[in-house]
Design a protein around this ligand. Structure first.
Ligand code: TYM
Length: 331
């Protein structure tokens, strides 16, 4: 049975304070998908050092974000949960694939342009080749699907291009992956500026809700959320981006359809909308927050499943890497 399931992979960086965007755009969907696919989920720690990190903090953040995956509902018995840096196949494949990736195509990546503008004092080669490492992550596991938020679309495209190019040169080696982007929640916007995606690098901390924020903080942030100058509640991302963002968050937490949510708020004002969305988020995050604290307090358990995950992931990745070595003529 297991062999017939399609493969799915996605990773998250440990250094971004996980926020509602990560939860709704990624983790919540991963949890829904874990029964139907052969899943690999993990922590992209190698990606995170493209920006300077404090080593002590990074070491803790890797453990914390791994604990959060489990707290969010991923089951280490069902999915392979691993840390990218615990599995050297990723770095190895990344080097090989970088020889099959063009300078020009990497120069066109919007994230590279954005990040090099933000970190003008440290435009390192890793920042430039970041998409190649990510392509390696995906291709190592012969992933059919990659569930991500909308901001990762261009990275999936280049992973596909690299896979196709390699397959054309050497014969079928990699599965060509598809992005899997949720209908709602794929682009959670800042609560303070709904034209920008929610991000922990938002200069205004009221713009994002961290998964671990206290209920009182969550309520305060939603109460301050920017809406618009009308007074009615409707889903219209173009003309009412703030209200539509709140509605999307509401549907993701309650499981209601957008029509049902809009009907629910019919005749109510923005005050009620903000309070009810905050309440839904607080209730939805509460079990995740409790579980997170429990898992982190059990260091032995955490270390054991991290080691098991690394072993399972490495065994799978190694099969692909061996094939690549043979195809290229390195073995
Ligand atoms: P990262 O760590 O920035 O984000 C993790 C996931 O969260 C999604 N996301 C959002 N979704 C909706 N609204 C938002 N405001 C929002 N912000 C972030 C992202 O789309 C992502 O799915 N390069 C990746 C990590 C990575 C990866 C991979 C992903 C490394 N290797 C292989 C997939 C496959 C990143 O930095 O995600």
């Amino acid at each position: 049975m297991e062999e017939q399931k399609k493969n799915m992979l996605s990773l998250i960086q440990p250094t971004n304070t996980p926020h509602l965007g990560n939860y709704l755009g990624a983790m919540q969907n991963w949890v829904k998908l874990q029964n139907d696919y052969n899943c690999y989920f993990g922590i992209a720690d190698l990606h995170s050092i493209t920006v300077r990190q404090d080593p002590v903090k990074l070491r803790n953040q890797i453990k914390e974000s791994y604990a959060l995956l489990i707290a969010a509902g991923l089951d280490p018995e069902k999915s392979t949960l691993f840390v990218q840096g615990h599995n050297s196949n990723h770095a190895e494949l990344s080097w090989i694939l970088s020889c099959y990736t063009q300078f020009g195509e990497l120069s066109r990546m919007t994230q590279f342009k954005d990040k090099s503008a933000k970190h003008a004092d440290n435009i390192n080669a890793g920042l430039f080749t970041y998409p190649v490492l990510m392509a390696g992550d995906i291709l190592l596991y012969q992933s059919d699907l990659v569930p991500v938020g909308a901001d990762q679309k261009q990275h999936i495209e280049i992973a596909r291009d690299i896979a196709i190019r390699f397959n054309n040169a050497y014969g079928e080696t990699f599965k060509v992956p598809e992005g899997f982007i949720p209908k709602f929640g794929a682009r959670v916007m800042s609560l303070q500026d709904p034209s920008m995606k929610m991000s922990k690098s938002d200069p205004n901390p009221n713009g994002f809700v961290a998964i671990m924020d206290d209920p009182s903080v969550i309520m305060k942030k939603f109460k301050r959320a920017v809406t618009d100058s009308d007074t009615f509640i409707a889903f219209d991302p173009e003309n009412k981006p703030g209200v539509s963002n709140l509605l999307s968050i509401y549907t993701s937490f309650t499981g209601l359809t957008m029509d049902e949510a809009v009907k629910h708020f019919d005749g109510l004002g923005y005050g009620s909308l903000k309070t009810e969305v905050a309440e839904a988020v607080i209730a939805g995050l509460e079990p995740v927050q409790n579980e997170y604290k429990k898992i982190l307090s059990d260091k032995a358990y955490l270390e054991k499943i991290m080691a098991d995950g690394a072993e399972k992931a490495s065994a799978q990745a190694r099969k692909t890497l061996r094939k690549v070595y043979r195809k290229v003529g390195l073995a």
